[in-house]
Design a protein around this ligand. Structure first.
Ligand code: PEP
Ligand code: MG
Length: 757
């Protein structure tokens, strides 16, 4: 192919042809820099690649001395090339030698050149390298020329991430793109998962970069934008969708960006430079990502995140890539990576292949975290910027205990974790050996250990852990997985199987607790500003008696003569509980009339998770058979902090004095009425927090199955009486002295108690 100069479009065509030629990696790079230099009439074109030791290495050049290739390097921040590598911003200078950062490298013969245009080579916002052209005369490069360089950089980035570069890499200095990365977050569940990245919202891989017909590409962009705008408006205007306020906020900012003329114009310009519509979107998206990764202001960063999500949507519209995410074939040991996710979305995946989940957002008591734990997944939240730096298929290690992600781990890290995993299986074996030991403290106090469930798949843990029953069966999970309202027969089947699996151990079925972040998309509901405090749970059930009746009917039928325990969620006033009891009574009579087998005994309990109920315990308790404390919601409402919002969810310690006093109030009232009380919120899963609860007299704890072992170990090593005295005293004090958590931690350490975080 003759190398002739020409317009950006000719350049693109030439690059495409070069990519298709059967060349070795170095030869291809040499040819690419030749093509760019000749097309742009530049004396020099050089391509620097960022290595994992933060050095930019000259990989190819037209115009500089050939001996400098793979020899010359610049540190990030050093020289103009290093500065572009560090801040990912283009530089267009008429005389580079005058720039204070100009770094002269004699081996390159660079001193003869004045004009300089350097652009970052980015992929998914990540810095891969720097592309430079230089001319001996002093001049500023035109808009067309910078456009052509940015476009060439997009193509080089794609090539760098998909081609074989092994032969060009010196031992010990791998390219940065494949660098091992560590991301810190917050552990949602214990354990270690080693597996492969599966992006929940997979990036569209653009394969066709060069436009054959610019007008056609502009029209494609136009159509895709129109259809995307319409679909966002549609979702926002639909009142039958239950959208959480966070989701709504995101959609609102999508709408704003979708109509942003500046964004549209930048994509159009990229297309006019010769790119296809999808390549144009990707180029502009690269820019957004680079800004996002640099940005420290949380608000701006989040908006850039939204813009990035929007670009993904647009790419999917353009490439018609609308595969339903949950249905994607998962590899073995899949680890899902997502910015955020609802519990129902997680439940859609094939559980047999999942081992972990990593979220950039999310809080430990959010439902997606609870579902992850109940699926036995290792989970981490707050792991920003996982989505931008992970690629599908990357090797990944998730350490749920420490709250850290190791992406593309090196051999040493991997072997440490393989050892750790072995150790943790030894620990599991140790916990298994405690299975049949009664959970009694050294001073003879019996603590009932139960576990939380909601899926048949996690019922089998009952056998493995030796728990005494299911303290909380979240019936809404069945509704969240289904694509339509589960029929009576389907509900009966689930409840029956749950009871069959539990054998003679009790199962506490909680009535439907939907709303808030537990979205059931096929059910109509009004848009709400604060869904967690809105039309949810029992409020919804009492307003839709058909739904409540069907569920109670299903439970009575499934019991088939056995004992039945039903728990009523989100009770705000005793009267609501009484109304629910009336429905149970009516259904019981109906079943009897129809000749069905009625349960041998029914116990109806109330969840204490709305603070107001604390001040009418004397009214409520005589009406109920048992109570269960939902600390996740109770702490959320006591402290006015959204449990699903990671920015505030951990601001207030759940076992700090005022919260512990609230729990104590409930325990004391329960004692007065001789009423069984269980803690079924996440608080019961943490050994130290469970210890605080035991110290105020709680003797029944329901938790994620994985926590039974560590909690039992702690109980077996414990003299509870001295801890009770310690906490009792602390709760009486009206001065701010040592926080309860610190007091307990010190105590645990001084006594060498088996309290493992
Ligand atoms: C709670 O609120 O503590 C609870 C157990 O219920 P959920 O987490 O399902 O709201
Ligand atoms: Mg709750």
């Amino acid at each position: 192919m003759p190398l002739t100069s020409g317009s950006p479009r000719i350049l693109l065509r030439q690059l495409r042809e070069t990519l298709a030629e059967p060349l070795g990696s170095q030869e291809r790079l040499d040819k690419i820099v030749d093509v760019i230099a000749l097309n742009m009439g530049a004396n020099v074109c050089s391509f620097y690649v960022l290595r994992d030791d933060s050095e930019l290495e000259l990989f190819a050049t037209h115009g500089l001395k050939r001996e400098a290739i793979h020899v010359t390097t610049l540190r990030l921040g050093e020289g103009l090339v290093g500065i572009i590598g560090a801040d990912a911003k283009m530089r267009n200078l008429d005389d580079v030698t005058k720039h204070p950062s100009f770094a002269y490298r004699p081996e390159t013969g660079e001193d003869r050149f004045n004009a300089f245009l350097g652009v970052p080579v980015l992929r998914a916002g990540q810095m891969l390298g720097v592309l430079v052209v230089q001319n001996s005369e002093k001049r500023i490069y035109s808009e067309d020329e910078t456009e052509a360089m940015l476009t060439s950089a997009t193509i080089l980035a794609e090539m760098l991430s998909t081609s074989e570069f092994e032969s060009l890499i010196k031992p010990g200095s791998d390219i940065d793109l494949r660098r091992a990365r560590t991301i810190e977050g917050v552990g949602f569940s214990q354990g270690i998962a080693i597996g492969q990245v599966v992006l929940h919202d997979p990036r569209v891989v653009v394969t066709n970069f060069v436009a054959d017909n610019i007008d056609f590409e502009l029209e494609r962009l136009n159509r895709a934008l129109r259809s995307m705008r319409m679909s966002i408006d549609d979702i926002l205007n639909r009142s039958d969708m239950q959208i959480s306020s966070t989701h709504r906020d995101i959609l609102e900012s999508y709408r704003m960006f979708a109509h942003d003329r500046g964004w549209e114009k930048r994509i159009q310009e990229a297309i006019k430079g010769g790119l296809t519509a999808e390549a144009g979107v990707e180029r502009v998206q690269n820019d957004t990502r680079a800004r996002m990764l640099r940005q420290s202001d949380l608000y701006i960063r989040e908006r850039l995140h939204d813009l990035d999500d929007l670009a993904n949507r647009l790419l999917r519209t353009l490439t018609d890539n609308s595969a339903s995410l949950g249905l994607v074939e998962l590899p073995k040991n899949a680890i899902i990576i997502s910015r955020s996710m609802g519990p129902a979305e997680l439940l859609e995946y094939d559980k047999s292949k999942l081992v972990g989940v990593v979220l950039e957002e999310g809080a430990a008591t959010s439902h997606v975290a609870i579902v992850a734990r109940s699926l036995g997944l290792v989970a981490i939240g707050g792991a920003d910027p996982a989505v931008s730096i992970c690629e599908n298929g990357d090797e990944i290690i998730v350490d749920g205990k420490v709250g850290v992600v190791h992406l593309r781990p090196n051999a040493e890290v991997k072997s440490v974790y393989i050892d750790k995993q072995k150790l943790s299986s030894e620990r599991l074996a140790h916990y298994a050996s405690l299975r049949d030991k009664p959970s009694i403290t050294k001073d003879g106090i019996k603590i009932t250990l139960l576990h939380n469930s909601g899926l048949l798949s996690d019922m089998k843990s009952l056998e493995e852990t030796g728990a005494e029953g299911i303290g909380l069966f979240r019936t809404e999970l069945q509704f969240m997985i289904a694509s339509k309202l589960p029929r009576l027969s389907e509900q009966v089947e689930l409840y029956k199987k749950a009871m069959d699996n539990a054998g003679d151990k009790p199962v506490v079925f909680r009535l439907l607790d939907i709303g808030g972040d537990k979205v059931v998309p096929y059910m109509r509901s009004a848009l709400e500003e604060n869904p967690a405090m809105g039309w949810r749970s029992l409020r919804l059930a009492l307003d839709r008696p058909g739904l409540l009746r069907t569920q109670i009917r299903a439970l009575l039928k499934a019991a088939n003569g056995r004992e039945l325990k039903i728990l009523v969620p989100m009770v705000t006033e005793t009267s609501e509980f009484c109304k629910t009891r009336e429905v149970v009574k009516k259904e019981l009579l109906r079943l009897g009339r129809m000749g069905g087998r009625v349960p041998s005994k029914i116990e109806l309990g109330a969840m204490i998770e709305v603070p107001s109920l604390l001040f009418e315990l004397d009214i409520l308790l005589p009406q109920v058979d048992f109570i269960s404390i939902g600390s996740n919601d109770l702490v959320q409402f006591l402290t006015a902090t959204d449990r699903a919002n990671p920015r505030v969810a951990t601001n207030y310690d759940a076992i700090a004095l005022p919260r512990l006093r609230a729990f104590e109030l409930i325990v004391k009232a329960a004692k007065k009425y001789n009423m069984p009380v269980t803690m079924c919120g996440e608080l019961a899963s943490d050994p130290l927090e469970a210890l605080a609860l035991m110290a105020i007299g709680m003797t029944s704890l329901s938790m994620g199955a994985a926590s039974i072992g560590p909690i039992k170990e702690m109980i077996l090593s414990l003299e509870l009486e001295p801890v009770k005295e310690l906490i009792e005293q602390a709760l009486k004090e009206n001065t701010i002295s040592m926080p309860i958590r610190e007091l307990l931690t010190n105590y645990v350490q001084s006594q060498n108690l088996m309290v493992k975080e």
